[in-house]
Ligand binder design. Sequence first.
Ligand code: CTP
Ligand code: MG
Length: 226
Amino acid sequence: ERFIAIVPAAGSGSRMGSERPKQYLDLLGKPVIWHALQTLVAVPRISQVYVVLAPDDAWWPQFDWQLLGGKLTTLHVGGATRAASVSNALACIDAADEDWLLVHDAARACLSGAQVEALIDTLADDAVGGLLAQPVADTLKRADAQGRVCATVPREQLWQAQTPQMFRRGLLRRALAHTDAVTDEAGAVEALGLQPRLVAAEASNFKITWPQDLALAAQILQARED
Ligand code: CTP
Ligand code: MG
């Protein structure tokens, strides 16, 4: 069995509000997506890294990817939703049903190799698979449309889902064929009645979403280099 990464990067980054999709914005002299790809190709057990691009993506060829080596393959099969982008990629990658797929957001630039290793070590013998996640730190409120609090949601047992999300190819294909109305792979696997395992991760593995997130990501990456 092999470990194969899939990096969906076919979004438009609407919350970032920039003309250029956020995965191609500058982060320490490289496009945002470069950082997660660098981490993934450097994990010895990962044999292949597939990047899922929009069919009309004109940004990718503007950068030099040579430094990242021979594990990278681009697939111009991005869809209308993240789930569609991942489903389309699953249909065309070279993998067996028992191979493990690690699906990772291009926008989580601060993923560390140690977190990927921890995920693989914890799940490699698991019957279902799972994902990196972080316990919720804030008190949570449920509110109505007017912004009035309806309830305080106890944060015990609540986690923020991150990526990579790691499932065997056969299971993930079955799950996404069953439902694609999900915002992550685990959601589709859960819809089959299975229970993905959470592997505790760090806040640094956050998803670059809003403009102010770029400075934070730069700070985290810079501190790691020192
Ligand atoms: N993604 C994708 N295909 C889509 C939508 C998203 O491959 N149709 C990818 C994004 O490129 C990103 C990851 O899924 O790497 C997580 O999605 P998100 O952070 O929501 O990115 P965007 O959808 O681009 O941003 P926004 O929701 O603000 O528009
Ligand atoms: Mg989105």
